[in-house]
Design a binder for this molecule. Structure first.
Ligand code: HEC
Ligand code: HEC
Length: 218
């Protein structure tokens, strides 16, 4: 085991900096407790809010979430709202991994399930809060699909649901995605692998992509 970790670090030194959920001894109760802090903005079920001012976190890959929290912590990614919640004092390495795995395992529904006559109104209300759909954003869906399938799927996945350190884009708020694309283009947020694909996008391309992503899981 020790030998394997050693080789992994030698083979890929940049990855070794980020906390890795794979080798973490997960404590779900701790994850749930930390989530109470996050829920004020990101929602009890990680569904986000404020029309995308607060991104959805539920179901995003654990490795991606852990990497983002680490980046907020070392201020490689900057957000005034997030900075207080990602300092060393607020979130230890263990907490960071527990909350990442907890959020990755939260599942949102895209449609309301059928209820039996016995279902209590409290249960109905709680279930309704877990139903999440991105509002349809009008635009050139066909053009967006064309750009997405030729330039984005090789990392974000055919279904746009992401994997590993790559986030899901389908099922994420349109306004949040718009801000992030803008942040990459302005250099506020950087990622070497992404820049090549994000930089050439025109305003029209971005509108088309957002329109496609908003309906891709309908
Ligand atoms: C005061 C509101 C607020 C609270 C509380 C908060 N966040 Fe955030 N969070 C934000 C905002 C705003 C953003 C978007 C930042 C940006 O635009 O880059 C964000 C972004 C994120 C992201 C990046 C998502 C992505 O798709 O890249 C993660 C991960 C995250 N928050 C995790 C957490 C966790 C875990 C907690 C609790 C420990 C938490 N947040 C508490 C406001 C908040
Ligand atoms: C070579 C792989 C790769 C390709 C191709 C790629 N991405 Fe990404 N993308 C990533 C990675 C990795 C991240 C996470 C970067 C980070 O940690 O900040 C990311 C992050 C993003 C985010 C931020 C999401 C969030 O939750 O904050 C958006 C938006 C995005 N990509 C859009 C696109 C679009 C649109 C395309 C196609 C035009 C694209 N990407 C192509 C790898 C890629």
């Amino acid at each position: 085991m020790v030998v394997m970790v050693f080789f992994a670090m030698v083979a890929n030194p940049t990855q070794a900096e980020y906390p890795n959920p794979k080798t973490h001894d997960y404590d779900p109760d701790n994850g749930e407790e930390i989530n109470e802090l996050c829920a004020g903005c990101h929602g009890e079920y990680g569904q986000g809010g404020g029309d995308g001012e607060y991104p959805r976190l539920a179901g995003l890959p654990a490795k991606y979430l852990a990497k983002q929290l680490h980046q907020f912590k070392i201020q490689e990614r900057n957000s005034v709202a997030m900075s207080m919640y990602a300092t060393d004092r607020e979130i230890s390495a263990t907490d960071l991994l527990d909350i990442s795995i907890y959020l990755a395992e939260l599942k949102l529904l895209t449609i309301m399930p059928d209820f039996t006559p016995e279902t209590s109104s409290l249960e109905k209300l709680q279930t309704a809060r877990q139903v999440f759909n991105v509002a349809r954003f009008d635009g050139d869906v066909e053009k967006g699909q064309e750009i997405f399938s030729t330039q984005c799927t090789k990392c974000h996945g055919k279904d746009g649901l992401g994997r590993g350190s790559t986030p899901q884009l389908v099922g994420q708020y349109t306004e949040y995605l718009r801000v992030q694309i803008g942040d990459y283009q302005s250099g506020k947020r950087t990622n070497k692998r992404m820049d090549k694909y994000i930089m050439p996008l025109t305003a029209k391309d971005i509108e088309a992509l957002l329109a496609y992503l908003s309906v891709a899981d309908d």
